[in-house]
Design a protein around this ligand. Structure first.
Ligand code: GLA
Length: 749
């Protein structure tokens, strides 16, 4: 059993293979948190929770007037409430019918069940009944009868615990939720840093490590989406934690809208972390009997550094969040015309691009923005999802057939949530755009958003998309979203309910995506929001891959993909080889390096092959072959960050789960004269087995290299590779890359 329950003492211990999590309903019926970390037995760890009076920290009335020791203000709790003596950041804040904001949650009962709970209309980790257990704990405010059900999903093999809270109004009058976080984690002891992932358009998910000091530190989004600017993912870690050692807790929010991830180091240096929907833009009225469902958070603990934490998340995302046919099916190598043509194309041009690509082994052609309505730039046409047959020179169906005749599958770009003021849709339904009557809305990319918090608008999009997807042979959709939302207001709700808009927008998005997934199970949907502006575990439930960034520069991508890999697996990161000089940075990098970097994602191209030389095309062909050959290793293998891009030479490794083969890739960000050698340890191999280590020949290999000792294969044991490692050749020029293929020769008995 993953969940062990001491009924008499009301202790709940959740066990995974390597971790344990414990809570207890104490003598005051408060659900206290006692432990999260490396696996332990079922010992009652509430002994670590010492009650002791703290000046200006109040005491529970029911504890007797003489006792000044029991105070919620420093007590580690499972779900903290605002307004009743816990002055830290709190998980739940309500407005009661009388206008007061107090809430007092007390333990009522629990229920344990096999399998993993799911959430209506929201993404959630899923598992077979034998793979997970669910513990539900009921809490209640004895005064207002507000009920909170805390759910814990335990996936023992994956070291993953999920959390969410359902809030039910069991009282007789409406209650307003002003903040309803998904989780609260209190860690009593220890001194932590935290890692957050900040960024901007074309430079997402930069890693920031900061010390937790007294006070509150937070990242979040009020942009309507999870955003380029902060990712809904964070790590709490011990001071000495690095890739391979030290304790760390990871928190990933399965939500694509406005979020807040906050920490507080309190008066006695305890750490509290809260994650949930951002409260600034949120309020939700619960009529008597109504319930509010918070989105889910998944957590993991690793006692052996960030690498293991990431691999835990990679596995759960690959196997228990991504769904449908594309979870296991080999995804096609694609070519997208965006950077190749932007808006300037014809149907014939696209077909010729597809033909060129088909000859090189590329399998899917994606027609990006500009194929519909009046859309020759980004100032008009959004919302008019009717093919521009004049521009395409034929119907969409015919275009799809022509692409198929070139031996390629056909994919298409949509931005269903957007609307241009200069569009027939806007002219017909100006009230469908998100804006406030009597105010001028802020434009971004010269566009507005469609109010998909409304069901009629959702239904319209569903109808339009389904019609297009049924009329042409389309097997792939790139689902874009190109602005942050402001001027939030919906005609679908009255003034008192406007605080529900942002969350209802996300629920609307999920409903549309769910409908498409069900109607077109063969469809591969790639998420996108100006690149990685909505790269979160919530989206991955509907779109198994997401365009990682509009920055296609291989060197810029090193940082972006490295930051992204802290939570998200390679199989989710859209990555393409593009032309040089790069369109975002002007940098000129070798084609080989561009290929190797894009191969640390869902590999594809985004350029006009007709402007390449025959030699370059041959190289593309070899890249595609190489990727297909090593597909399983790259997409399903274990991923190790061996050296950070910040160190000038970025190195990463894929190794299959059984340790039979590994691929190590190194990319130099710059060349240093007479540089020291780079040595990396190779992980995940069998210590006693013997391996062949091949340094793969580079496209531009100099004759000197062929003769050098570096070019010779080595025979080494897994143990030697793990402990002593390999040496990466230096860079002879900027942005040079190297690759080692390591394969099992023989296994020792
Ligand atoms: C966004 C996407 C790009 C491209 C353009 C098209 O910026 O991230 O990849 O699809 O929109 O307008």
């Amino acid at each position: 059993m993953a969940v062990s329950i001491d009924r008499e003492n009301r202790i709940f211990t959740l066990h995974t293979k390597n971790t344990s999590y414990q809570m207890k309903a104490d003598e005051m019926d408060v659900l206290i948190h006692t432990y999260y970390g490396a696996r332990i037995d079922d010992s009652d760890l509430s002994q670590l929770v010492i009650h002791c009076g703290r000046g200006f920290s109040g005491n529970l009335y029911e504890n007797g007037k003489g006792d000044r020791n029991y105070t919620l203000d420093v007590l580690p709790q499972e779900y903290s409430c605002f307004g009743t003596g816990d002055y830290r950041i709190t998980a739940l804040r309500v407005k009661n019918p009388d206008g007061s904001q107090a809430c007092t949650l007390r333990y009522k009962k629990y229920e344990l069940s096999q399998g993993k709970y799911s959430l209506d209309g929201l993404p959630a980790v899923y598992a077979d009944p034998g793979e997970a257990e669910t513990l539900s704990i009921w809490m209640e405010d004895p005064f207002s009868h507000l009920e909170v059900i805390l759910r814990y999903g335990v996936l023992p093999e994956l070291d993953i615990i999920t959390r969410e809270a359902e809030i039910v109004n069991r009282g007789g009058s409406p209650v307003v939720l002003k903040k309803a976080a998904s989780m609260n984690l209190d860690i009593q002891y220890g001194d932590f840093d935290w890692l957050t992932f900040h960024g901007r358009h074309t430079m997402e998910r930069n890693i920031q490590r900061t010390e937790l000091e007294h006070g509150v530190q937070a990242v979040g989004s009020v942009r309507g989406t999870s955003s380029h600017h902060y990712n809904p993912f964070a790590v709490l870690c011990e001071k000495n934690t690095d890739e391979d050692k030290g304790g760390c807790y990871g928190f990933s929010f399965l939500y694509s809208g406005e979020f807040l991830l906050e920490t507080e180091k309190d008066q006695i240096s305890q750490t509290r972390l809260i994650c949930g929907i951002h409260p600034d833009d949120f309020s939700w009225t619960l009529e008597p009997g109504e319930a509010f469902q918070t989105p889910e958070v998944m957590m993991t603990y690793s006692g052996s550094g960030f690498g293991q934490m990431s691999r835990n998340f990679h596995k759960v995302i690959r196997e228990h969040i991504c769904r449908g046919e594309w979870k296991k099916k080999r995804r096609p190598v694609l070519i997208n015309n965006w950077e190749g043509t932007y808006f300037n194309f014809t149907g014939d041009k696209l077909v010729s691009m597809a033909k060129d690509a088909g000859k090189l082994g590329i399998e899917l052609f994606v027609m990006d923005d500009g194929w519909f309505g009046k859309r020759d730039d980004d100032n008009s046409g959004l919302g008019d999802w009717f093919p521009n047959e004049k521009k395409l020179g034929c119907t969409l169906k015919r275009l799809g057939e022509r692409i198929n005749e070139a031996g390629m599958q056909f994919g298409i770009w949509f931005e269903p949530e957007g609307i241009s003021e200069d569009s027939d849709l806007f002219r017909a339904h100006p009230d469908w755009a998100v804006r406030i009557d009597g105010r001028r809305p802020d434009l971004s990319r010269n566009q507005l958003m469609l109010d998909i918090s409304r069901k009629d608008v959702q239904d319209y999009i569903i109808e339009r998309l389904c019609s297009i997807l049924s009329e042409a042979p389309i097997t792939y959709v790139k689902w874009d979203m190109n602005r942050s939302i402001c001027d939030k207001y919906t005609k679908g709700l009255d003034a008192d309910h406007q605080g529900e808009f942002s969350h209802r927008f996300v629920l609307g998005l999920y409903r549309i995506l769910e409908t498409l997934n069900r109607r077109f199970p063969y469809l591969l949907i790639e998420g996108c929001s100006g690149g990685g502006g909505r790269f979160d575990a919530g989206m991955l439930y509907y779109t198994p891959q997401i365009w990682c960034s509009d920055n296609t520069d291989a060197i810029g991508r090193l940082d972006i993909q490295c930051g992204t890999s802290f939570c998200y697996p390679v199989s989710t990161m859209g990555a393409h080889v593009s032309a040089v000089p790069n369109h975002q940075t002007g940098r000129v990098t070798p084609l080989q390096t561009r290929g190797r970097v894009a191969m640390a994602g869902t590999f594809g191209y985004e350029l006009d092959l007709s402007s390449m030389t025959e030699e370059e095309k041959e190289e593309v062909k070899r890249q595609v072959e190489f990727f297909k050959k090593h597909y399983d290793l790259i997409q399903y293998g274990e991923y190790y960050r061996l050296r950070s891009p910040k160190e000038g030479c970025s190195v990463w490794e894929f190794v299959d789960e059984e340790g039979k083969e590994a691929l190590v890739t190194a990319v130099y960000s710059y060349v240093i004269s007479n540089s020291p050698f780079v040595n990396v340890k190779v992980h995940g191999l069998k210590p006693d087995a013997v391996y062949r280590v091949q340094l793969l020949k580079n496209e531009d290999t100099d004759p000197w290299f062929e003769q050098s000792e570096l070019a010779r294969d080595r025979i080494l044991s897994g143990n030697a590779l793990e402990q002593a490692g390999i040496v990466i050749p230096g860079a002879g020029k900027d942005y040079q890359s190297w690759q080692f293929y390591i394969s099992l020769l023989e296994e020792q008995e």
